[in-house]
Design a protein around this ligand. Structure first.
Ligand SMILES: *[C@@H]1O[C@H](CO)[C@@H](O)[C@H](O)[C@H]1NC(C)=O
Ligand SMILES: *[C@@H]1O[C@H](CO)[C@@H](O)[C@H](O)[C@H]1NC(C)=O
Ligand SMILES: *[C@@H]1O[C@H](CO)[C@@H](O)[C@H](O)[C@H]1NC(C)=O
Ligand SMILES: *[C@@H]1O[C@H](CO)[C@@H](O)[C@H](O)[C@H]1NC(C)=O
Length: 590
């Protein structure tokens, strides 16, 4: 950016200088061509600038999978007469150098070097603001049927769109084709060319309809008002959903419209067979468990659940509030019926000294509670890692340059937070991490994570991801700094930074993996469906009025708007339930 402005400035200065010296300046037509030259120069400068996508990301982690004899991380998955593999070696077809996330453009690739017998299902596209890191599935028909196989070439192509009229700097126009599938088959990806000539029919394969599912377009990759590229994923996602993400992208004329023109795949075989066994889970967690950094000023640290129970946490029953009972090791005396009706709840010890002590948690005892489940039809494993904090501290807001404490807003007993590792069952690698933030969160590519050397295992040197927990609220983030929940410099503050308190999430207990059936015994506390803290004992209105008193008049309105837009969890209006009550227990994150 600075460079482009620089070039323009030099030209303007030169022009003025020439006029001042009495040099005859160019006629208007010449000026236009001069401007064109400047534009060309600006473009070639912008194009030659290096971008994150010029590098291919590789996990800074040694290969971990010990897959012999099992189906996990065994390169090929059988979806039902259809073998799929991950192709992540690409050849670039096209690049645009503007628009897209961070205005850095996007690139489109074709998979190369496919194993013998495998066919391309579609092209790959990614924004340029990240290192090259992705895959598309390639497939092989193993049905043995000549008339009703699982793959068939398209009968023709339709031109979805081309980028010739999109006014951005690009290598060439890009032509995006949708394969027209034979009857009973669906296209699962696009073919792209840089000329108007139709691709040949053997370029790509369509998939028999019973092996496909409806997709939805999700993350924006690139585009303008008229044409946009999106990532696609199965519309139904969860631990039982058979839909498989292919890794292809969809091009849409205009904005995001669903359903997209291409389908996802579907796994017709048993999902649990391709999941990691307990030894493999252990290896994955050894490699990928994050280091969780608490804020330097954090007063409310995590603890183990058993520490909380054995240090005075109490079980209350409605109608018998004056007679709470201590909680047994592993929560064996907690009600086990799957109801969340307010009949019971947990709370801190009653006496002030113990209450304050337990609120502060106990880092030494802290451990992560691991739930392993299939995702995307068993082509991925989601490892949800839950952390328990006895207490969630009050929130803070930032209103332009003013920082205000929000009284007791946000405070609650019993705070469950999590991050989820998404590992491919084809290659055993970590592809994405989900960071829970209040009642939402965000997925981050492994290429965007911070990694830290793990010094604890000299025989098996490895780097592991870093996670930051925000002060008081314990929302998780991939990077340190201020994360503002709001906009235009006004909102609730999530402050994260590296303090000396670090939790090694590799100290874990496997609490649930339904696909392993009786191998994993769930602790009793996991089946406590009521709330881990009492209802808030303050009035939100009163707390906010107290804050508003301190604000200059014109900021009061802004403040109110922002507060009302905050997540309910942060406002303390939603009860602190345990992991099994959250939507992601069986479903996808967010
Ligand atoms: C998991 O699979 C690996 C590879 O086949 C095997 O060595 C290991 O014993 C298995 N572990 C369990 C707990 O079944
Ligand atoms: C092809 O196989 C699919 C899946 O078994 C089946 O639903 C379909 O009816 C078959 N089509 C023909 C023409 O046999
Ligand atoms: C691990 O070792 C490296 C190199 O000796 C050092 O820089 C780093 O601070 C150590 N990390 C921890 C968490 O001790
Ligand atoms: C109960 O707690 C103890 C101590 O933390 C632990 O060793 C044991 O495995 C737990 N039992 C169950 C069923 O979770």
């Amino acid at each position: 950016m600075g460079m482009n402005v620089g070039i323009l400035c030099v030209c303007v200065v030169l022009f003025i200088a020439m006029e001042a010296m009495g040099v005859p300046t160019a006629a208007p037509t010449d000026q236009i061509s001069e401007n064109k030259n400047v534009l060309k120069k600006k473009r070639s400068v912008s194009r030659s600038r290096s971008r994150p996508i010029d590098h291919t990301f590789k996990l800074p982690i040694a290969q971990t999978s010990s897959s012999e004899g099992t189906s996990f991380a065994n390169t090929v998955i059988d979806l039902g007469e259809l073998h799929v593999m991950q192709a992540s070696t690409f050849s670039k077809v096209w690049g645009a150098y503007e628009s897209g996330p961070d205005d850095q453009g996007a690139s489109v690739y074709e998979p190369t070097g496919l194993r013998y017998g495998y066919s391309m299902l579609g092209s790959y596209s990614q924004p340029n603001n990240k290192p090259l890191f992705g895959y598309v599935l390639a497939a092989k028909d193993i049905s043995g049927s000549t008339t009703n196989g699982t793959l068939k070439p398209p009968v023709d192509y339709t031109l979805v769109s081309n980028t010739a009229s999109v006014m951005v700097d690009q290598d060439s126009p890009l032509y995006i084709w949708l394969p027209i599938a034979p009857d009973g088959y669906h296209a699962v990806g696009h073919v792209v060319t840089t000329t108007q000539d139709k691709p040949s029919p053997d370029k790509v394969m369509c998939v028999r309809a019973d092996l496909t599912e409806q997709c939805e377009s999700s993350t924006w990759i690139w585009g303008s008002n008229d044409l946009n590229f999106y990532d696609v994923r199965p519309i139904n996602r969860g631990s039982k959903a058979p839909g498989v993400r292919v890794g292809t992208f969809v091009a849409q004329n205009g904005g995001n419209t669903n359903p997209p023109s291409i389908s996802c795949l579907k796994n017709l075989n048993s999902i649990s067979q391709i999941m990691p066994n307990q030894t493999q889970i252990e290896t994955l967690l050894h490699s990928y468990s994050p280091f969780l950094y608490l804020h330097p000023d954090e007063e409310y640290l995590p603890s183990s659940v058993n520490w909380f129970f054995s240090n005075g946490a109490l079980l209350y029953k409605k109608g018998e509030e004056s007679n709470p009972v201590p909680i047994e090791q592993n929560g064996t005396n907690l009600p086990q019926d799957p109801n969340n009706d307010g009949a019971y709840w947990l709370d801190l010890p009653v006496d002030d000294a113990n209450k304050e002590r337990v609120k502060q948690g106990n880092l030494q005892s802290a451990e992560s509670y691991v739930h392993v489940k299939p995702m995307y039809g068993g082509t991925f494993t989601d490892i949800a890692m839950w952390v328990f904090y006895p207490f969630n501290g009050p929130a803070k807001a930032k209103i332009k340059f003013i920082n205000v404490k929000l009284g007791k807003v946000g405070e609650h007993v019993g705070d469950w937070e999590h991050v989820t590792l998404r590992v491919s069952n084809l290659d055993g690698q970590l592809w994405h991490v989900y960071f829970s933030q209040h009642n939402g969160g965000s997925w981050v590519d492994a290429s965007q994570l911070e990694f830290q050397m793990d010094n604890s295992s000299f025989d098996f040197p490895t780097q592991r991801p870093v996670v930051y927990a925000s002060r008081h609220g314990h929302a998780s983030y991939p990077h340190g700094g201020l994360h503002l929940l709001g906009k235009n410099g006004v909102g609730a503050r999530d402050d994260t930074d590296k303090g000396s308190n670090v939790m090694d999430m590799g100290k874990y207990v496997l609490v649930s993996a339904e696909y392993l059936e009786s191998e994993v015994k769930e602790p009793a506390w996991l089946n406590f469906f009521r709330e881990w803290g009492p209802h808030v004992d303050y009035s939100l209105d009163d707390e906010l009025k107290n804050v508003e008193k301190l604000l200059p008049g014109k900021l009061k309105d802004v403040f109110e708007k922002i507060i009302m837009g905050l997540p309910k969890e942060l406002l303390g209006e939603e009860g602190p339930t345990g992991p099994k009550e959250k939507g992601n227990w069986n479903g996808d994150e967010v």
